[in-house]
Design a protein around this ligand. Structure first.
Ligand SMILES: [Fe+2]
Length: 486
């Protein structure tokens, strides 16, 4: 089915907002221009939104039509000139930071939802940290908004169809082609509803209209543990439909893209991996895709490795920010994993651990990735940005001259786990870990915090001032941390 005409099986209207957007997406930067796309949704019978900027009118392209809703993008540019420029969409002005050299602020968020009842929470509670991000932007604007994975939690959508209700634990025995077709259409509708509700919610909509986004997905943008599932589940016809629809929706709603756009937006033109890399004034942003090529025994495949090796070979000179949706530095989880293999009822948790870089199954690959980071750090300082664990934390691995720093900020909307969980992880972290001999990993503390892991919702801000980078966490209860120098 062509994505531009993806009507569902049912004729009833989509239970989704009639419109959403603009959601700004970063496309590129030259000396003169900041290139952007604005993702918008509008009713099929309404005229396409009109976007104007000092660089001229935007170029509209419909990407998908589904049950009366059109999802489209408008490509446009802003002059870099004064550092701030406005665009006008359907009569409303939006200001955008256009200079990415000199002093600058970025925000990093992850885990925007939860597995059960995400939208059953009152919006003010669900989006409390988003509202804080909006206020933060009003005080001192962000130039970029980085999304580090789990931008949606699709779990309930996947579970909403009879064929996938008990999948992947108990897959249905026999499935007809007609049932699979029905599943595909139902999943597409469910994902569209989830994404549009999210993008149309007040605080998310406000920040998305002003700050260009760059996103990398993680498992919940597909389903819990995608890639670490038993091979027979992931590769089954049902598993492939879940992945295909999740990927189509990731491209559409997180990148304003369809299949043809892949060579322009991602490092691997085949689209087998959806990693990306942007070289910006004085810093690099790179995000390998840890999901598309993942299997029980690998985190990344050829697409992911080639992206990372090209980064190393390009010898970056500025600060490198590596988005690793799943934390790259962490405690010795392999110990816990070893214990769990002995207890059959712990299988689910064993699968969760399998999803981590630190799993015994990925030990060699983890070492390869860390060695590659050390190589990059011969030329440039590097900071890893991660989410996934619904806690705030920082870690360091001793390097050959400078340390590899990792900042974990998660989640922006996912509720924090119990304090006991954070304390347990903190105890485990006390044991230390050194996957590369001579390069121990240490889990530090956030400024002003007693425990190593902070169980509060949060987001991260990254700031460059007079050439020096620092990071601060905004914690839901404890507030703003002091800055950590990077
Ligand atoms: Fe998450």
């Amino acid at each position: 089915m062509s994505p531009a005409d993806a009507a569902g099986d049912r004729a009833d209207p989509l239970n989704a907002p009639a419109s959403f957007g603009p959601v700004l997406l970063f496309r590129g930067l030259t000396d003169q221009r900041l290139s952007l796309s604005a993702l918008v949704g509008h009713p099929e019978d309404a005229p396409p939104p009109d976007l104007q900027s000092a660089c001229g009118p935007g170029r509209y392209r419909a990407l998908m039509r589904i049950d009366g809703l059109v999802v489209a993008r408008i490509d446009f540019a802003l002059p870099v000139g004064d550092g701030v420029a406005a665009y006008r969409l359907d009569g409303r002005n939006h200001q955008v930071v256009t200079r990415l050299d000199g002093d600058l602020r970025m925000a990093f968020v992850s885990c925007n939802g939860q597995e059960h009842g995400d939208f059953d929470r009152p919006e003010a509670q669900r989006n409390a940290m988003w509202a804080r991000l909006v206020a933060d932007h009003a005080r001192q604007p962000f130039a970029l908004l980085l999304h580090g994975g789990d931008q949606i939690y699709a779990d309930e959508d996947v579970k909403s169809h009879p064929l996938t209700r008990d999948w992947p634990d108990r897959p249905p025995r026999e499935v007809t082609a007609a049932e699979l077709h029905h599943l595909e259409a139902a999943l597409r509708r469910a994902f569209v509803v989830r994404y549009t509700r999210l993008l149309a919610s007040d605080a998310v909509a406000r920040i998305s209209a002003m700050v260009p986004s760059l996103a990398m997905w993680d498992d919940h943008d597909i389903c819990d543990g995608w890639g670490s599932l038993e091979r027979s589940r992931g590769r089954s016809a049902i598993g492939q439909i879940v992945f295909r629809i999740a990927r189509e929706m990731f491209l559409l709603f997180q990148h304003g893209a369809v299949e043809d756009d892949i060579p322009d937006l991602f490092a691997d033109p085949s689209g087998a991996a959806l990693g990306w890399h942007h070289r910006l004034p004085g810093f690099d942003l790179i995000a390998p895709d840890l999901r598309s090529e993942r299997g029980r025994r690998q985190v990344m495949g050829p697409g992911g490795w080639s992206l990372m090796e090209r980064l190393r070979d390009a010898r970056p000179q500025g600060h490198v920010f590596l988005i690793s949706s799943v934390p790259l530095l962490g405690p010795r989880l392999s110990l816990v994993e070893r214990v769990m293999t002995l207890i059959p009822s712990m299988q689910k948790y064993e699968d969760d651990l399998r999803d981590q870089w630190q799993s015994r199954a990925h030990r060699e690959e983890w070492r390869r990735m860390l060695s590659l980071c050390l190589d990059v750090m011969e030329d440039a300082p590097m900071t890893v940005l991660s989410g996934e664990i619904h806690l705030a934390a920082q870690a360091r691995m001793r390097g050959r001259g400078r340390d590899l720093i990792q900042l974990i900020a998660s989640g922006i909307a996912h509720d924090a786990p119990p304090q006991g969980y954070a304390r347990g992880l903190g105890l485990l972290a006390g044991l230390g870990e050194a996957p590369l001999p001579g390069h121990p990993i240490r889990i530090g503390r956030l400024p002003g915090q007693r425990g190593r892991y902070v169980a509060e919702r949060n987001y991260l801000t990254l700031e460059r001032r007079e050439g020096s980078w620092s990071a601060e966490w905004e914690l839901e209860q404890s507030g703003r941390t002091a800055p950590v120098a990077l």
